[in-house]
Unconditional design. Structure first.
Length: 290
């Protein structure tokens, strides 16, 4: 029988734990942790993510602010905003929502973020620290995947984890994090140029899919009894729905779920844990600044 890795329920539990900790801080007269977000332009998905981050921040008692900048914002203007947030003593951590408009160089932007406030764990300093196993801010989605596995008691040591997708924000850091001491998976990282992909994914005890293609993973790519973590989320037009669309992941759940021991649903799997990881990092940033 397949069991559901319920990210919504686990996120709610961890948010309660965070809220208790924040209450203890504020009741002793100290200010609450403060998470800021920078949103450039009007991308629909990005606006939803930032609104969710704001809502979750308030749920745990954080101060939250959002800097909404026009699509036409220049790289120099955005860097000026980042310098302002780097210097603001009231802000513990902030994120710049990606993707950015095409005329802005993402690398220049990420490099401008102070590593001490980089709660997304995207700067080269935090990436380097992670790879070296040093204390750092872990990137939110890989950290959320680790939390989902660990808090559901899923054994990882020595397990073969196959990661599909090598993006800077999910696949590459997830492969690194899951192979680190304490998690101890044996990791294979697959990507668009991988040969015999299905042969590899069929060897996975734990399959992490972050390829960005709707329902890419089919039943014949999954081993019986595997743990499947679906990082994708896509809006597919669906005339039978009131809102005109449905959400699907990178995994074809109708086919794959019956083969799994554990599977993350979409939505309500990895997504809620990504946000919770960001909150955990912000609390850590706050404590480090005190
Ligand atoms: N875009 C998609 N995922 C993320 C994320 O985790 N952080 C930021 N800043 N942008 C994203």
């Amino acid at each position: 029988m397949v069991r559901i890795l319920d990210g919504k329920e686990l996120a709610s539990q961890i948010k309660d734990e965070l809220a208790n900790e924040v209450r203890a801080i504020t009741s002793s007269g100290r200010r609450a942790p403060h998470l800021a977000a920078v949103l450039v332009g009007n991308d629909g998905a990005s606006m939803t993510y930032v609104a969710n981050k704001e809502k979750s921040s308030h749920e745990v008692g954080f101060t939250s602010s959002v800097y909404r900048l026009a699509e036409s914002t220049t790289e120099a203007q955005l860097i000026e905003t980042i310098h302002f947030l780097n210097a603001d003593p009231e802000v513990d951590g902030f994120i710049v929502q990606l993707p950015l408009p095409g005329h802005i160089n993402e690398k220049h932007i990420i490099n401008a973020i102070s590593p001490e406030k980089d709660v997304d764990g995207f700067t080269p300093i935090n990436t380097g620290r992670m790879v070296l196993g040093e204390p750092c801010f872990l990137p939110a989605t890989p950290m959320g995947i680790r939390t989902l596995l660990q808090r559901n008691g899923i054994a990882t040591a020595g397990q073969h984890c196959v990661v599909v997708g090598r993006s800077n924000i999910v696949g590459t850091p997830a492969a690194n994090l899951l192979s680190r001491k304490g998690v101890d998976c044996t990791v294979t990282l697959c990507h668009s140029r991988t040969q015999h992909l299905a042969e590899l994914t069929r060897q996975a005890d734990i399959l992490v899919v972050a390829i960005g293609q709707p329902e890419f993973v089919k039943a014949d790519m999954v081993k019986e009894g595997a743990v499947v973590v679906d990082v994708g989320i896509h809006r597919i037009p669906d005339a039978s729905r009131k809102n005109g669309y449905r959400l699907v992941g990178d995994v074809c759940h109708a086919e794959v779920d019956p083969k799994c021991s554990w599977v993350t649903p979409v939505p309500g799997g990895v997504g809620p844990l990504t946000i919770v990881s960001l909150l955990q990092n912000t609390l850590q940033a706050y404590k480090q600044r005190q």
